[in-house]
Design a protein around this ligand. Structure first.
Ligand SMILES: NC(=O)c1ccc[n+]([C@@H]2O[C@H](COP(=O)([O-])OP(=O)(O)OC[C@H]3O[C@@H](n4cnc5c(N)ncnc54)[C@H](O)[C@@H]3O)[C@@H](O)[C@H]2O)c1
Length: 343
């Protein structure tokens, strides 16, 4: 049975209150454009830590509203959010809190099987903040395919920040010029899976200090592209670099176009799509900015028209920015709302 919202307000729980979990809460109160109430937050952190990290954020600044913790609840103004500290969820926890959707943001849930635990605990649906496995009911890149949700999905993935960034651009350019194949490099801000100084871990690159190196890391972005756009099977190669910045990612796309076009035409197609097909999702910029200027930008992708280059053989290079935290947190709320409103 598909879950239906118990009221016009969608009751969400945030599981994992890290960069994405906290971004979701902030975006909700900052923009107030979703019919969503966060009724519970589950994290391993102590309530005092949850309160502190909600109030103060090195990347996004102070929370706009008064925040306090009292009796295992987080108060945002006059609104109360239940705080839980359950590494293993108790059997009926989401049923008791009447949770429509769990926004799963721990990074530990990577498959449909793992996410099932939330349904077993009584949640109506789960939205996973990473690509998960291909056994989920749907993988959504909001703006591109959220219209295909039927309302019957129970476990959905919101893809990755990099998929949300490049896939709308690929879609527009493929329709306008045809894309034969491409190479994409993510130039991604540091993340919480990197240490401040070297430490031991099984991934020999993620052992290395985040602040002093450009660190190549694994990515399955090519698989993410294929999952949403199957016509591109085996036509993209992708690599990823982590760079010592706090936030914001640049995607470097090198595309072989079937109908090569001058940079101005490519930019015009993307600028038009930003204003027409993908408002609020894609943006276009042609002023000389740096990554910090996209901190707290809610779009999934911002095409930097100043960086478009075309070789004489048509090989086309693009630079596309995103706030990997804020843009993606906004999309989590968009997709959760679309999941509950789909029918
Ligand atoms: N940070 C980004 O830019 C970004 C962008 C898109 C997607 N994502 C994805 O979102 C997920 C979370 O990333 P993040 O950057 O927010 O990570 P994070 O490390 O900042 O946050 C994870 C949080 O989950 C909590 N946690 C861990 N185990 C838990 C458990 N069993 N129960 C409850 N809470 C638990 C941790 O205490 C932490 O607060 C990852 O899958 C990541 O790939 C991250």
């Amino acid at each position: 049975m598909a879950a239906v919202p118990k009221s016009p307000v969608i009751r969400c729980a945030i599981n994992g209150f890290g960069r994405i979990g906290r971004g979701i809460l902030r975006a909700l109160y900052e923009y107030r454009r979703w019919p969503v109430a966060v009724v519970a937050i589950n994290d391993l952190a102590a309530p005092e830590t949850i309160e502190h990290l909600t109030r103060f954020d090195s990347t996004h600044g102070r929370f706009l509203m008064p925040v306090r913790e009292e009796d295992d609840s987080l108060w945002i103004g006059e609104e109360c959010i239940r705080l839980l500290q359950q590494e293993r969820l108790s059997p009926r926890v989401w049923a008791e809190l009447e949770v429509d959707v769990v926004l799963e943001c721990t990074g530990r849930i990577k498959s449909r099987n793992d996410a099932q635990g939330h349904l077993d605990s009584g949640a109506g649906k789960v939205l996973i903040s990473n690509p998960a496995d291909d056994k989920v009911d749907a993988t959504v890149v909001y703006g591109l395919n959220h219209h295909e949700l039927t309302g019957r999905e129970t476990i959905v993935s919101n893809a990755s920040c990099t998929s949300n960034c490049v896939i709308p651009v690929i879609e527009v350019l493929d329709q306008a010029f045809g894309i034969a194949c491409g190479n994409i490099t993510s130039i991604h801000a540091a993340m919480n899976d990197q240490p401040v100084i070297d430490c031991s871990c099984s991934d020999l690159r993620l052992c290395r200090a985040a602040g002093v190196s450009i660190v190549p890391v694994d990515t399955r972005l090519n698989r993410g592209i294929e999952r949403i756009l199957p016509r591109f099977a085996n036509r993209f190669q992708t690599t990823a670099l982590r760079v010592p910045t706090l936030n914001v990612t640049a995607m470097d796309l090198n595309l072989c176009l079937e109908k090569p076009a001058p940079a101005d035409n490519i930019n015009a197609a993307l600028k038009k799509a930003a204003a027409s097909r993908f408002p609020g999702i894609m943006d276009y910029c042609d002023i000389p900015v740096a990554s910090i200027d996209f901190n707290h930008d809610p779009h999934s992708c911002i095409v930097d028209g100043t960086q478009t280059r075309v070789c004489s053989n048509g090989l086309t290079k693009l630079l596309v920015w995103c706030d990997n935290e804020w843009g993606f947190a906004n999309r989590m709320l968009d997709t959760a709302t679309a999941m509950m409103n789909a029918c």
